[in-house]
Design a protein around this ligand. Structure first.
Ligand code: HEM
Length: 425
């Protein structure tokens, strides 16, 4: 068995400058709004994808080892390999990858995403039970819908930027996760924000033990009082539970960004908006709005870097992959692959309804396989319900630039923080 094909030092430097660097600069665990404004101006994801496409043309689409001193690390470049890596997680491809562990242990030291072996199995099962992964609709859906409707009814017509949207979003999230007593507990959300900003630096910053204890203590006390109409009701208030909830709160941030971007797409795409309104009027489960949300995450994935580490030595099409090799799936390379997908740069919710997306193993907005997002159905329900409340009787326009438009390639980098909308009465 030979080793993996390898990128040169110069090519590795290009990957760091064009792909890894901008992703890290934008904030992997907590987005940095000011940096994102710059990345959007530069359309950083477009050059990241070009860099990887060039490497693929040069070396083929097998795993490509990078010249990283002291660490075996490779890029995943073919859709079928993405499918294999995700289907065969957590063994032999563990999501508890070295770099991810260093970052996430800032605020969720016992989180499932950074757990191995039996701990992972137990925590995964716990998450699947609490989030009702296998059910299309969570049994608390009526309560989620009521809380979403109540909170978003407070947003009147007029200008709507991220600064006005986010507080409403977080009041709703705290009510959904913990219950109504947590509605105004912005302090807990802010504490998590601080820890996540530290987590952006992965192992370059020491653990913020005091803030972490304060955050987890507040979560435990909210959990202890959680009523049965909150997701966390009846789940206990132990340390392990608090860590899982830390991940949930973190991940609801991504869902808010997706909601805002989808609203911008619906504001600028009349055909899809009309279809979505018919969907709402039919009262038939918001299937089209869910597809809109999926396509927004395809266009702008909130986890652009899916990381895995191999747990044993592998034979990969005749090449030896050492145990402990880090693997990077950079999803925009696949989600925006215009050499394969005629719809790569357009808003096409239909692909999630007619089977086209499901035939592509590397269209993975919520990851896939046994370590895929266990909250996918809950998120699609929550986000589509919020969008329904917003667009049911109100038109929005986008006043900021870049302004998405049908018939024009959508921007590769789309900064949700600087989108400005206006809601018309
Ligand atoms: C738009 C919103 C969301 C998107 C796009 C999303 C996407 C993802 C992705 C891509 C992963 C895999 C990450 C990796 O392998 O590195 C993941 C994992 C996970 N997500 Fe989500 N997620 C979202 C919201 C949520 C929410 C709101 C929750 C909880 C309430 C949640 C719970 C989890 C958990 C527990 C995992 C870890 C699964 C494991 O390692 O087995 N996610 N999510």
């Amino acid at each position: 068995m030979s080793g993996l094909p390898a990128a040169s030092v110069a090519e590795t430097a290009q990957v760091f400058a064009g792909v890894v660097g901008p992703t890290l600069a934008g904030g992997v665990i907590k987005r940095r709004p000011r940096v994102l404004t710059v990345l959007e101006k530069l359309q950083a994801d477009a050059s990241a994808v070009r860099t990887l496409q060039k490497l693929r043309a040069e070396h083929g689409d097998g795993l490509l080892r990078l010249a990283v001193p002291g660490r075996s690390f490779a890029l995943v470049l073919s859709p079928d390999d993405v499918g294999r890596v995700l289907a065969e997680s957590p063994e032999p491809f563990t999501p508890a990858n070295l770099e991810k562990k260093a970052a996430l242990s800032q605020f969720q030291p016992h989180g499932v995403l950074i757990s191995d072996g039996r701990d992972r199995d137990r925590r995964r099962e716990w998450n699947e039970r609490a989030l009702e992964t296998s059910r299309p609709t969570h049994h608390l859906a009526p309560s989620v819908a009521a809380k979403a409707a109540e909170e978003f009814a407070t947003l009147g017509p007029g200008p709507l930027g991220w600064d006005a949207f986010a507080p409403v979003w977080w009041r709703m999230v705290r009510r959904i996760v913990f219950g109504d007593h947590a509605r105004d507990d912005q302090v807990t959300t802010d504490l998590l924000g601080r820890l996540r900003r530290a987590a952006n630096w992965s192992y370059l910053l020491p653990r913020r033990r005091r803030s972490r204890e304060e955050f987890l203590g507040r979560v435990r006390s909210l959990l202890a009082r959680a009523p049965s109409d909150g997701l966390a009701g009846g789940l206990g208030a132990g340390e392990d539970v608090a860590a899982q909830i830390g991940h949930w709160l973190f991940a609801f941030d991504a869902a808010g960004m997706v909601t805002f971007r989808t609203l911008a797409l619906l504001a600028t795409h009349p055909a899809q908006r009309q279809q979505a309104r018919q969907d709402i009027a039919s009262g038939d489960g918001l299937g089209y709005l869910r597809a809109c949300v999926l396509d927004t995450v395809r266009l702008w994935p909130t986890t652009p870097a899916i990381l895995r580490d191999t747990t044993k030595e592998l034979d990969w099409n005749g090449h030896r992959v050492p145990s402990g090799t880090g693997l990077l799936v950079f999803t925009p390379l696949f989600h925006r692959d215009d050499s394969r997908l005629p719809y790569a740069h357009s808003f096409v919710p239909e692909i999630w309804l007619d089977g086209r997306a499901q035939r592509e193993p590397a269209l993975v907005p919520f990851s896939a396989g046994p370590a895929g997002c266990p909250a996918k159905n809950l998120v699609l329900f929550t986000v589509s319900t919020v969008l329904a409340a917003l667009i049911r009787d109100r038109d929005y326009t986008v006043d900021s630039s870049p302004k998405p438009a049908p018939g024009r390639p959508l921007p590769m980098t789309f900064d949700n923080f600087s989108v400005r909308l206006t809601g018309h009465p």
